[in-house]
Design a protein around this ligand. Structure first.
Ligand code: AN7
Length: 352
């Protein structure tokens, strides 16, 4: 097999054209679709469960799929700076792709509310990071205004190139499974990704690459569930900081995608998210971040309500890498024992 060339080159026929010289890529995409056995057995032995591990992207999240298109487009238009508001992953991705392209990056993040791994990424890639004393929704409103008046490309998912690129995860899942799954489960924050997946599944179906479409399942955190509750949440709160969003930019598109697919957007509690987070790591050897685990937490919730039938193929997308948020991992885990440097002390702990 030839080496992977990044999503713009791999899926050229399905994406807006980009000339070779303006492609900015870190060879994103091509992430594994891992068949779950132990977690599947824990949930329901009659279903098929697959985990699309987007934490394997170059900056550790699915955002890279859209950022390669958005930053390539900015370069093509001769724009020399990008800007975004972010709960963390968008800022990490925008900073990395801007560094690669030689563009300036400005990122606005809610103060004290993003995982340290993501903040470290933005800083390391040389972005100008501004911590806003407010939440993501407030930061997004500001960057939209700035981008309207100044020569800077807005690279949040309201930039249409972002969603074009993020469709490629759906393409890959269809290629990996040989057809569309029965269900596609995703975390929902700003609601761009679920919108992009639906676009991608539809596009592949129209091109005759699949025989049908999946039913979409989207999950918000209970403390940040505007779509489920039907109103803006002024003060969103959740352990899953990536989806701590009270007024999603792609709200209407996500609702349309949900309805067209015959699916649901539901919510899961922080406890359910953290349970799934630990199960995925402990039963499958896959470390994802808390927000990502909401896709599995939601499937566990719906399974208990009797939603699934024998043979259903369910894909849960694990949107980001667990290494980004080590504080959370250590908070929910037992600390290792400290022992004296003797075989005897080790054996005492092994309890054979
Ligand atoms: C790991 O980085 O909004 O519903 O600013 O980082 O498309 O917003 C991140 C969102 C899911 C939700 N999982 O996706 C940001 C940001 C992870 C995320 C989502 C995000 P959308």
């Amino acid at each position: 097999m030839p080496p992977w060339r990044g999503v713009i080159r791999e899926f050229r026929e399905f994406l807006p054209p980009t000339e070779e010289e303006s492609i900015v890529t870190l060879l994103e995409g091509g992430t594994p679709l891992i068949r779950s056995v132990r977690l599947r057995d824990w949930i329901n032995r009659e279903i098929e469960l697959y985990l699309k591990y987007e934490g394997c992207n170059p900056t550790g999240s699915f955002k890279d799929r859209g950022m390669t298109l958005a930053v390539s487009q900015a370069l093509r238009e001769g724009i020399t700076a990008v800007i975004c508001a972010s709960t963390g992953n968008t800022s990490a991705s925008a900073s990395a792709y801007a560094a690669r392209a030689g563009l300036r990056a400005f990122v606005l993040i809610p103060e004290g509310q993003i995982a340290l791994g993501k903040l470290s990424q933005a800083i390391m890639h040389g972005a100008e990071v501004l911590q806003v004393q407010g939440n993501f929704d407030e930061a997004l409103a500001i960057v939209k205004e700035v981008a309207r008046g100044y020569p800077v490309a807005l690279v949040n998912s309201i930039n249409p190139y972002r969603l074009e690129g993020q469709q490629t995860a759906a393409f890959e899942i269809c290629d990996q499974l040989g057809d569309a799954p029965t269900y596609q489960s995703l975390p929902v924050g700003n609601a761009g990704n679920i919108t992009a997946y639906w676009k991608g599944y539809r596009r592949y179906r129209e091109a005759g690459r699949t025989s049908g479409l999946p039913i979409l399942l989207g999950f918000q955190a209970e403390g940040a569930a505007p779509i489920v509750r039907g109103h803006v949440v002024e003060h969103p709160e959740t352990v899953a900081t990536a989806i701590r969003i009270g007024n999603p930019a792609s709200w209407q598109q996500a609702v349309a995608a949900r309805d067209e697919s015959g699916g649901v957007i539901d919510m899961v509690s922080d406890d359910q998210i953290l349970e799934a987070y630990q199960l995925i790591a402990g039963l499958e050897g896959i470390f994802c971040e808390p927000a990502s685990a909401s896709s599995v937490a939601g499937v566990i919730k719906l399974n208990k309500a009797g939603r699934f039938r024998r043979g259903d193929r369910i894909v849960c997308t694990l949107t980001g890498n667990g290494l980004k948020d080590l504080d959370c991992a250590l908070r929910v885990s037992r600390r290792p024992a400290t022992i004296s440097p003797t075989t005897e002390a080790v054996l005492k702990h092994l309890r054979f």
